[in-house]
Design a protein around this ligand. Structure first.
Ligand code: CUA
Length: 326
């Protein structure tokens, strides 16, 4: 357990160095901006009331030597203990309710002109399918790219248990529930790479289920998406042949090859992603090789079997080929 913990902690640190683990209080999305303002309003309201109560308490303790008559005491209880908290709490609640429609824009109204991204939570990774307004869908995994300044519709699903989707600096979190489709819309206001965690306990490797979110300038995003729609070219064809020979293709899909499995993450452009292992390891040949050899050490409870019975040279060749799928 201790080894798992230190390994996971180190991997998280490494991965977060690649895709910034930004706080909800440094928003770069329209929805996250409103949530941050709500937080500060609530915090300031709470702090003011706390200061008032402490001041009254000090006043009573230090200066009030004699008791109050019953009438004044009742009046203080009525105004300070009933009217004031009711009015303040109602005002804060009204403010929060007034913000809510802006956080859940009616996405059907966006029509067919918007990019829709379908994200499915799985133990313990994310399947990502881009549905651009024109052109065929593009499948990826464990990384979500968005164009800056354009509202994107996310449809959130789960293939097994409840997961929760969250990109803290971009917007609020939403559960992914088996048998249900939840909708969320996000508008990134600045380019950048962020870490998104799974925010609902979903099994052994819940804390190791993350993804990278990358907000890109619209032009760069469109050319990236066009590139993803075509098979990648990777040097080291021997690694590709070994990948197929050792049966990796029965679980993984790699566009342009005979690997057509749909159980594990799509690896068609693995080399172009920031992290591997769903947001936990930096994307290096070494990390890919380690994952292939002993997935259960990096992601306990993962459905991928260990391949450490393969010759190390074969594992390295496969890792090099996968890393080259840009
Ligand atoms: Cu998926 Cu927690």
């Amino acid at each position: 357990m201790g080894r798992y913990f230190s390994l996971s902690a180190a991997s998280l640190l490494l991965a977060s160095g690649h895709a910034g683990a930004r706080s909800v209080l440094e928003p770069v999305g329209e929805e996250a901006q409103q949530i941050a303002v709500l937080f500060w309003v609530m915090l300031s309201g709470g702090a003011l009331i706390w200061l008032g109560v402490v001041a009254l308490l000090l006043h009573a303790a230090l200066f009030k030597r004699h008791g109050m008559n019953e009438r004044s005491a009742s009046r203080i209880i009525l105004w300070g203990g009933v009217v004031f908290p009711s009015v303040t709490l109602c005002a804060l609640l009204a403010y929060a309710l007034w913000l809510m429609p802006g956080l859940r824009p009616f996405t059907q109204a966006m029509g067919s002109t918007a990019l829709r991204i379908e994200i499915t939570g799985r133990q313990f990774w994310w399947e990502v399918v881009y549905h651009p307004p024109q052109g065929p869908p593009v499948t990826s995994a464990n990384e979500i790219r968005l164009p800056v300044g354009e509202r994107v519709e996310l449809t959130l699903k789960s293939a097994d248990v409840i997961h929760s989707f969250w990109i803290p600096p971009l917007g609020g979190k939403m559960d992914m529930i088996p048998g249900r489709t939840n909708r969320l819309s996000l508008l990134a206001t600045k380019p950048g790479a962020f870490r998104g965690p799974c925010a609902e306990y979903c099994g052994t490797s819940h804390a190791l289920m993350a993804f990278s979110a990358v907000a890109m300038e619209p032009e760069a995003f469109r050319s990236w998406l066009a590139g993803q729609a075509n098979p990648a070219e990777s040097a080291g064809a021997s690694g590709g042949a070994l990948f197929l020979r050792h049966g990796c293709g029965s679980c993984h899909f790699v566009a342009g090859t005979d690997a057509r499995g749909l159980i594990g993450p799509d690896l068609s452009h693995l080399g172009s992603r920031i992290t591997v292992g769903a947001g936990i390891l930096p994307n290096t040949e070494d990390a890919i090789a380690r994952f292939i050899a002993r997935p259960e050490l990096i992601k306990p409870g993962s459905r991928m079997p260990a391949f450490d019975m393969l010759p190390p040279d074969d594992i390295r060749a496969i890792a090099a080929w996968l890393r080259g799928l840009q």
